[in-house]
Design a protein around this ligand. Structure first.
Ligand SMILES: Nc1ncnc2c1ncn2[C@@H]1O[C@H](COP(=O)(O)OP(=O)(O)OP(=O)(O)O)[C@@H](O)[C@H]1O
Ligand SMILES: [Mg+2]
Length: 469
């Protein structure tokens, strides 16, 4: 029975800063200062909750700017933090926004998006709470559908599976007795009915979706139109034949939908957004500086000005109600190689009191990045090739050589940080990736020699390097 297996968070609810850093360490090499800062910020959310109410409202979040060259782990830290924080977490690019009045997303949309995320989270939680009840109800409804309409199919001789035969037994029992129902229930639980079809009457919620406005900050429209027309055209019923497991799933969804108190969910979600919400504002440097303009007529300063009230604390109207932004935590990031944090509006600078610098990565870091993180590139390639039966092994000296070469390419051309490892690995393994299914010898050992042979020629030609690596 395939019933919504709501992903369980295996993290304890509130991690200490040390534990947060330890979790981040599983994926990100180095950058300890940045890890510490985000860990403290995250923990501070929880601390604030423990403070007496009068003071609690006074404690403003200490927003962070992560400054560092490209490809050193800024976004990666935020992404991993998102998984740890049991709070609504939204990642947006500052460059996506335009000033109010221009076509494009206005900055308030991030609060609406964050609230939507919180609603989804709260709903999922609530779904988890009513799961058992909904399962029971779905089962009863399915039994209702299965039982009354049973007819004998005139002793048709079939060489069907055992399941079918047992079904015949049940069918022949014309009286809808409790024991029949129980037998059927047993069969349902034992997956003996999984291949049967049942007819369901479903609500057809096919109200035309209007999404024309979705990118102009008016996404509320879609919702309103649905509301309005939803009432004008009564929902049509539509019959559909589906297999038992799917039917059970559909009925389960319907029942849990009915059991969930949406008002409560929304109330919780808004509280979660206001008290625990985190927004990761990437590419903040791209909107710093006042003189240059990007895009047609949209000034960077204009976007900053719009951003200011949200970061400082204001109230944003969402389709779920008003959301106060005072305590939402903002973590910004940017390379800041052209502009500086001091090019931001002074008020905005003041709202990001914590600055952490991420350091450029050394080749030693590269070597660790290749092997240590849980999602390390080498682990990924080995798993991919294993699906072809290929056992890929790397000599330690080979890994070191890859790291050194990748680092050199960064120096010779453009420094794109750890992203370089992706292009280098791809080039290194392209032959093996192509030939893998046809290989006779399924054991492949990557040696230092192999790395040099595959990459040295390209490295010697600077122009070639630029194109290929
Ligand atoms: N310190 C690190 N440890 C492990 N992996 C890293 C590290 N830094 C970068 N990476 C890897 O490099 C890739 C790019 O990193 P990330 O997206 O974090 O860059 P960034 O710092 O946000 O750069 P940008 O300024 O260009 O947005 C990711 O796939 C990430 O896994
Ligand atoms: Mg990034």
């Amino acid at each position: 029975m395939e019933i919504d297996t709501t992903q369980k968070r295996d993290m304890p609810k509130q991690l200490t800063p040390r534990e947060i850093v330890a979790e981040l360490d599983k994926y990100i090499i180095g950058q300890n200062q940045a890890k510490r800062s985000v860990a403290i910020a995250l923990r501070n959310r929880w601390r604030r909750q423990q403070v007496p109410k009068e003071l609690r409202d006074e404690i403003a979040p200490k927003n962070i700017i992560m400054i560092g060259p490209t490809g050193v782990g800024k976004t990666e830290i935020a992404r991993r933090l998102a998984r740890l924080a049991n709070s609504p977490f939204l990642k947006v690019e500052a460059t996506k926004f335009t000033e109010v009045g221009y076509v494009g997303r206005d900055v308030e949309s991030m609060i609406r998006d964050l609230t939507q995320l919180a609603v989804n989270m709260a709903k999922k939680q609530e779904q988890e709470n009513v799961k058992e009840k909904a399962k029971e109800l779905a089962e009863e409804r399915l039994l209702d559908i299965l039982l009354p309409k049973r007819k004998k199919e005139g002793g048709k001789e079939t060489e069907d599976t055992e399941k079918e035969k047992t079904l015949e037994v049940v069918r022949s029992d014309r009286h809808e007795t409790n024991s029949t129902r129980e037998k059927l229930r047993r069969m349902l639980k034992d997956h003996k009915l999984d291949n049967r079809y049942v007819e369901l009457e479903l609500e057809d919620r096919g109200v035309p979706m209007v999404e024309i406005f979705s990118s102009s900050g008016l996404e509320e429209m879609e919702f309103n139109i649905k509301e309005v027309f939803g009432n004008i055209f009564p929902s049509r019923k539509k019959r559909r034949k589906v297999k038992v497991p799917e039917a059970l799933d559909i009925l389960f969804q319907e029942e849990s939908q009915k059991l969930i108190d949406m008002d409560k969910v929304i109330e919780q979600a808004i509280k979660m957004t206001e008290q625990n919400g985190i927004i990761f504002l990437d590419e903040l440097d791209k909107i710093a500086g006042s003189d240059t303009r990007y895009g047609p007529d949209v000034s960077r300063e204009g976007v900053q000005r719009d951003l200011l009230p949200i970061v400082e604390g204001s109230t944003v109207m969402t389709k779920y109600g008003m959301v106060k932004t005072d305590h939402i935590l903002f973590i910004a990031a940017g390379a800041f190689n052209i502009s500086k944090p001091s090019d931001l509006l002074p008020e905005l600078q003041g709202r990001f009191p914590i600055r952490v610098e991420l350091s450029p990565l050394t080749w030693q870091d590269f070597k660790r990045i290749l092997t240590e993180p849980q999602n390390a590139l080498i682990t990924q390639y080995r798993a991919l090739l294993k699906t072809e039966g290929v056992e890929l092994e790397f000599e330690d000296s080979a890994i070191e050589e890859i790291a050194i070469l990748a680092h050199r390419v960064n120096e010779l051309t453009e420094d794109i940080g750890a992203r370089r490892l992706h292009t280098v690995m791809e080039k290194l393994l392209d032959e093996i990736s192509f030939d893998a299914p046809d290989m006779d010898d399924k054991k492949v050992l990557i040696t230092k020699d192999y790395v040099q042979k595959k990459l040295k020629d390209i490295l010697e030609d600077k122009d070639l390097t630029r194109y290929i690596l």
